[in-house]
Each structure stands twice: as C-alpha cells, then as structure tokens.
Design a protein around this ligand. Structure first.
Ligand code: ARG
Length: 491
C-alpha cells in the first residue's frame, strides 16, 4: 500500500462508501490555499530553527509552489483529507527523504485549525465589506427618501406616519451592530493554533511566535489542547451570521409584503422576480422569499455546530470535521445574501404616491392629534388618548366639530375654549407635519435624518479604514512570508 498515512499501522483499505463517509476533501477546497500558506510558514520556521536543512526546505517550498500552481484537482482524491493528499503529492514530487520532513513538529490537528482560521478571517473581512456596502445602499435610499412619507407599522397595523428614509435608516442601524459583532468575532478568529501539534505540543524546538507572525495572526492560542480542540470560534461566527441573516429576513419579508398588490409600496426589478408556469400574469418576489428561506439554513448551521461541539471530550475528535463545512455554507449563504439584498434594494422602484396616500389610512395621525390636545389645551395625555380613541371609532378622519363634541363628553369642557383651533387640527392631521415635528434624535424629521446620514457616513468611512488596515497588515505578513519563501527557493 502506497498510502503514506495508513501503510504503517493499517492493513485494510476503506471501501468507496467508507471513504466517502470519512473524507473531508470536498469541503477542504475551502482551505487548499490556506494549507499551502500554513505549509510555507511551518517549513520556513522549521528551517530557521535548524529542524530541517536549508537544502531540504528549498525543495519542499518549490514542491509546494508547484502544487499550488497545479491546483487541488491534481491531488490524489483517495486520501481522507487535503493535508495528507498534499503531503503525498509533495513526497511524489521531491521524494520522501525531503518531503517527508515537512510534517515534523506538527499534526493535522493544529494544521486544520490553522487553515480554517486563515480562510475564515478572510471571509469575515469579506462579510464586513459586504455589510459596509449594504449599509451604503441603505443610506443612499434613505438620503433620496428623506421626504417620502409612508405609514409606519406596529403589529403590522398602520401606526404613525414616517418616511422611507427613516425606515431604511432603521435597517442600516441593525447592520451597523452586525458589523461590530463581526469585528469582535474576527479578533478571536485571528489567532494561531499552529505548533499545538496533536494536542500536547512537540519536543521539537519550534517557534510558535514565528509562525504566528508569518501568517499574520494577532496572537497565539496558548494552551495546545485548547488550540486543537476548540471550535467555539465557529459557533461564534455562525451565530453572528445567523443574526445577520435574521436581520436580512426582516427586509426580505417587507419586500415580499410591499411588492404585493395589497401594499404596492414598491416594485422589485424583474431581475429579482420570477413568474408562474401557469399564471402568465404573475410577478413573484422569489429572490426575497429565498433570502427569507436561506436564513433557516444559517440558523440550522448554528444549531448543528452547537450540537456537534457539545460534550466533546478534550482534545481533538474527528467529529470536528463535520463542523467545518457548516461554517463555509453559512459564510457563502451570508455573503451572497448580503450582496443580493443590496442589489434588490438599490434597484427597487418606490411608489411614492401609494406611500403618501397610505400614510394616513387607519388614522395614523391620531397620536399627533392627542399630543396637540395635550400641548394646546393643557389636558393630561391619558385624557387626550381617550378623546382621540373615541374619535377613532368613527368612520373617517374626525372634523373639528367631532373633536369639540367628544371632548365635551369626556372632559366636560370645551376644547376650543381651552385653546384648540381648526388650524391646529389641520396641522395635526398633516402627515408631513407629523414627521417634521418628530425631530428628536433618531426621529423621522427629514433634517434629523440628514444629520444621521452624515454621522453614519463618517462612521462607514472609519469602519472601512479599519477593515483596510487589517487587510494591509495581513497582506504585509503574507507578502513577507512569500518573500522569505522566494529567498529560500532562489526566485
Ligand atoms: N480533516 C480533518 C478535520 O477536518 C483534519 C484533521 C484530522 N486529524 C486526525 N487526527 N484525523 O478535522
């Protein structure tokens, strides 16, 4: 048997079904590039530490370069994972006497954990960028719709007038918190488990700090048992993603509702719609529905990760292999969902007339009318609430006479004598004035929205700069690693 992993200890070869059951090669596509980088860094460190000879590391690094150029498809797919398939190819290229030295002082356990963290940190930076883009799109729509009056809802019942700008800013704010969560999570992902070996570290005089530096990690995960066996960083990532997806579904749900005939608030671009195979008139918001549905997958991945990791004794257990593909699936779902949502929002048509018309249906100005009675007639809010509540039972918008009559019934006094005028009533019933009066921080007043947009724009640039700085520091480390590799291989 030529299998470099099994030939020593094992006699029988797994059959096709067992192999397919146990291999991680399919999901390992995600970590192929990362694995080469980890091999580069480990080999450089082993050489610097005098554990392998410079001449050997030259061949190993050259071999790794060739493997990188050949790509994952050239690897022998009968191996149980990328790490061993890659090492087997290396040995095929440079011989066992040299290639067989690369894995000194290392195990696939610390190797795989390092690879996952390397790729994941890249994806987290990607998610942060996708979030920044989505937030910029929401800001842009908000900016254009500071004066687009619409009904605001609670319990999905018409509640008070607001604006599309205010509404979009609300979603933006939620994604701002998601951004912070991804950034926090990134700090815990960007740590190096390399050097932990199987779990008990190694007797070779390796330098964990050096591989950390070469791979651009922030710090090392000190305890070697914890380093190989913990996947809480996957649980954390999956939970942050589940949160993002849930926030996205709130938009998805609104897009589905708003594009229905009953609402007609918006029309989605045809790109994001489907039609029916039988009902030729249909324009269905399928992309938004799928977004809503895909969140279930992200939530499921979080549950599966928690369940896989629960009760695992220290240290490495092969169960952990089942955890990794879930995170790639969550990553992919989340990143495409963020981009699709941004596209769907940026291209939708907002039906301003319908929104304006609907902004007062269901007597949405009732709160402002009650507030007016409090302000102008100096009555308690609870009493005003009762007066307007009684008025709301009637058909249509109350007239000045209606208010005076109900006011007298409840209060036993004339609201007019207490200072109410027809002009005040008119203003209270005007949806735009309702919105303008709500000018406290975070309210829908268009000037307040402008201020808020300005503040968030600054925040977005600061956050963009943070992501760029992180990317640059990782790039610097990896460039330095590649320069070192080039130096060793004489490139
Ligand atoms: N494919 C494995 C995983 O994803 C790599 C580590 C395997 N280690 C082992 N001792 N079998 O976890």
């Amino acid at each position: 048997m030529s299998d470099i992993l099994r030939r020593g200890r094992l006699e029988l070869v797994p059959d096709k079904e067992i192999m397919e059951y146990t291999t991680s090669l399919k999901a390992d596509r995600w970590i192929f590039d990362a694995d080469i980088l980890v091999d580069f860094a480990h080999t450089v460190m082993l050489t610097e530490q005098g554990i392998i000879k410079r001449s050997a590391s030259e061949s190993i690094l050259k071999g790794l370069m060739q493997i990188r150029d050949e790509g994952i498809d050239q690897l022998d797919n009968s191996y149980e994972d990328i790490h061993i398939a890659l090492e087997a190819r290396l040995i095929e290229l440079v011989g066992e006497d040299i290639g067989g030295r690369m894995h000194s002082g290392r195990s696939r356990n610390d190797e795989v954990a390092t690879c996952i963290r390397l790729r994941l940190r890249e994806e987290l930076l990607g998610i942060m960028e996708d979030l920044l883009h989505l937030r910029a799109v929401l800001l842009d729509i908000a900016d254009k719709n500071r004066d687009t009056i619409m009904p605001g809802f609670t319990h999905l019942q018409h509640a008070q007038p607001t604006t599309m700008g205010h509404h979009m800013m609300a979603h933006q704010q939620a994604f701002g918190r998601d951004f912070e969560r991804v950034m926090d999570c990134f700090a815990r992902v960007n740590r190096s488990p390399l050097g932990a070996a199987a779990f008990a570290s190694t007797g070779f005089a390796i330098n964990r700090e050096r591989t950390r530096e070469l791979l651009g990690f922030n710090e090392i995960i000190e305890n070697s048992m914890d380093a190989v066996s913990s996947r809480d960083f996957l649980i954390e990532t999956a939970s942050v993603i589940a949160c993002i997806m849930v926030n996205l579904t709130r938009i998805a749900e609104e897009l589905v509702l708003w594009s229905s005939k009953e609402f007609s608030f918006i029309e989605l671009s045809d790109q994001y719609a489907s039609t029916s195979s039988i009902m030729p008139q249909k324009k269905n918001p399928d992309t938004a529905e799928l977004l809503r549905g895909k969140s279930g997958v992200a939530t499921g991945n979080l549950m599966a990760l928690l369940t896989i990791c629960k009760g695992l004794p220290l240290s490495y257990n092969r169960d952990l292999q089942e955890a990794t593909p879930l995170i790639w699936n969550s990553i992919q779902t989340c990143r495409t969902s963020l981009r699709i949502t941004a596209g769907m929002l940026a291209s939708m048509k907002i039906n301003e007339n319908v929104l304006a018309e609907q902004s007062t249906t269901g007597f949405t100005t009732a709160t402002e009318l009650a507030d007016t009675l409090v302000r102008e007639c100096d009555i308690p809010f609870r009493t005003a609430h009762q007066i307007v509540g009684q008025l709301a039972r009637m058909e249509g918008v109350p007239t000045f006479a209606d208010i005076e009559r109900v006011g007298k019934d409840i209060l036993g006094e004339s609201l007019i004598e207490r200072g109410l005028s027809e002009q005040m009533l008119k203003e209270a019933l005007d949806p735009m004035l309702n919105v303008k009066r709500r000018n406290t921080t975070g309210g829908p007043n268009p000037d307040e929205i402008s201020n808020s947009i300005m503040r968030i724009k600054k925040q977005l640039s600061a956050e963009e700069e943070k992501v760029t700085n992180i990317r640059q520091s990782i790039d610097r480390a990896l460039n330095n690693l590649m320069q070192t590799v080039d130096k060793y291989t004489g490139n």
